[in-house]
Design a binder for this molecule. Structure first.
Ligand code: ATP
Ligand code: MG
Length: 392
């Protein structure tokens, strides 16, 4: 039992005292049954949002239009959502409009998968109308109700099925999977940002190989990551706790459609920079590898590029540990550690600033890295006057 869970129980007790129903729902119940640490604990209630706001002193309207009020119970935030169904689905997307309902049954009915459609009372009694517990025991992702209907309501659910299968190591149940195959093209109606979020969660999942395989088997890969069958085996030993690394890996495997992927998913600048660095570092592994490379890239970038080279069966003539060792033994770790900068150079010469400054600084970095000169002002000045100033 986590802090969040205890806070949710206290919240439920207060709502019940005021004469309404309240239960824990969704992912928290699923993770509880899986014996996982439960963090986001969601509470569903028969009380309307304004009634919830009367019961608790401290609340935040985080999603009032959807019936969600954030309750701060002894500082612990708990999302409390009024029982609801969703409005009319248009364009295969989840609607903005919701309708509040009086019964928990109706609320559970709108949820995507049986494992996500359970509720638990404060005393630990399970409300399981769709066989969610059995599906957890059998490791199955099964749509609530008719899968085709559910995916046509909201096509993102297809990708959620794949993502949950990767996170939990579950299999997508047969009828649910064949509905995804039939409806896979509807994924094109879903906003790229939401797809980006689901895939990001998938890259860091425990069973990412199974997830990528499910993308292929379900035909979603066609619309999301291109023709990927050939590269699938490469994912078998891939694990990471950073979604950026997952994106880099995907792009490394798909270099032909790299820029397409970047634009398609509107990758952030941070993701793009990381990607560019990993690609460059990887190319450097393939070509000539020097001190300058260790210097240029951070350790994560180097290690990801190294892993990728190994996956691609490139013969790298040293062990991975070697990278961190070499990196930490460099005379300087970053440009800012160089004892001089452009201002020093300008002081030491009558030349005007210009592109030569960068050329000279790069040369200074290389000379320091190769231990040809010591990294102090005096030695660097002597070196500079000798190497650069004589041209006039
Ligand atoms: P996690 O937060 O670990 O990714 P979760 O199950 O909590 O998993 P959320 O996206 O936080 O997933 O959603 C909370 C609950 O809301 C789900 O468990 C599910 O019952 C319901 N839900 C979320 N998205 C959908 C959807 N697209 N269609 C139907 N129900 C959904
Ligand atoms: Mg959640």
């Amino acid at each position: 039992r986590t802090k969040d869970w205890d806070a949710a129980i206290r919240v439920i007790e207060k709502i019940e005292k005021a004469g309404f129903e309240a239960v824990i729902v969704g992912g928290a119940v699923r993770d509880f049954l899986l014996d996982k640490d439960v963090n986001d604990v969601d509470v569903a209630t028969s009380a309307m949002p304004d009634e919830i706001k009367k019961i608790f002193h401290s609340t935040v309207d985080v999603g009032i239009a959807h019936g969600t009020v954030l309750v701060l119970d002894e500082g612990q935030p708990i999302e409390v959502t009024t029982y609801r169904t969703e409005g009319i689905y248009v364009d295969f997307r989840r609607p903005e409009q919701v309708t509040f309902v009086k019964s928990l049954e109706k609320d559970l009915e709108r949820r995507d998968f049986t494992i996500n459609a359970m509720a638990m009372t404060k005393t630990g009694e399970l409300i399981d109308l769709y066989g969610g517990r059995q599906d957890i025991e059998n490791g199955l992702i099964r749509a609530v109700g008719d899968p085709n209907t559910r995916f046509r309501e909201d096509a993102l659910r297809m990708l959620r099925a794949v993502r949950f299968s990767a996170q939990l190591g579950f299999t997508i149940e047969k009828n649910t999977l064949s509905a995804i195959v039939q409806d896979s093209e509807l994924i094109e109606f879903i906003a790229k940002e939401r797809i980006h979020m689901e895939l990001s969660k998938m890259w860091t999942a425990k069973n990412v190989y199974e997830g990528v395989n499910a993308l292929i088997v379900s035909n979603l890969a066609n619309y999301l990551i291109g023709d990927f069958k050939k590269q699938l085996e490469d994912w078998r030993y891939f694990t990471t706790s950073s979604s950026e690394v997952g994106w880099a890996y995907l792009c490394l495997l798909n270099r032909k459609i790299l820029s397409e992927l970047i634009n398609f998913y509107k990758l952030s600048n941070k993701e793009k920079n990381f990607l560019r660095n990993v690609l460059n570092a990887y190319d450097a592994f393939l070509n000539r590898w020097s001190e300058l490379h260790y210097f240029q890239y951070d350790l994560v970038t180097l290690e990801v590029a190294y892993d990728f080279a190994v996956w691609q069966k490139v013969k790298v003539p040293f062990k991975k540990e070697h990278i961190a060792q070499v990196k930490s033994n460099l005379p300087i770790q970053s440009t800012s550690q160089l004892a001089i900068n452009g201002n020093h150079l300008k002081e030491w010469t009558t030349k005007k600033g210009g592109p030569w400054l960068k050329v000279a600084l790069d040369a200074a970095i290389l000379a320091v890295l190769k231990r040809h000169i010591k990294n102090d002002e005096e030695h660097l000045k002597e070196w500079f006057l000798h190497e650069f100033n004589d041209e006039g």
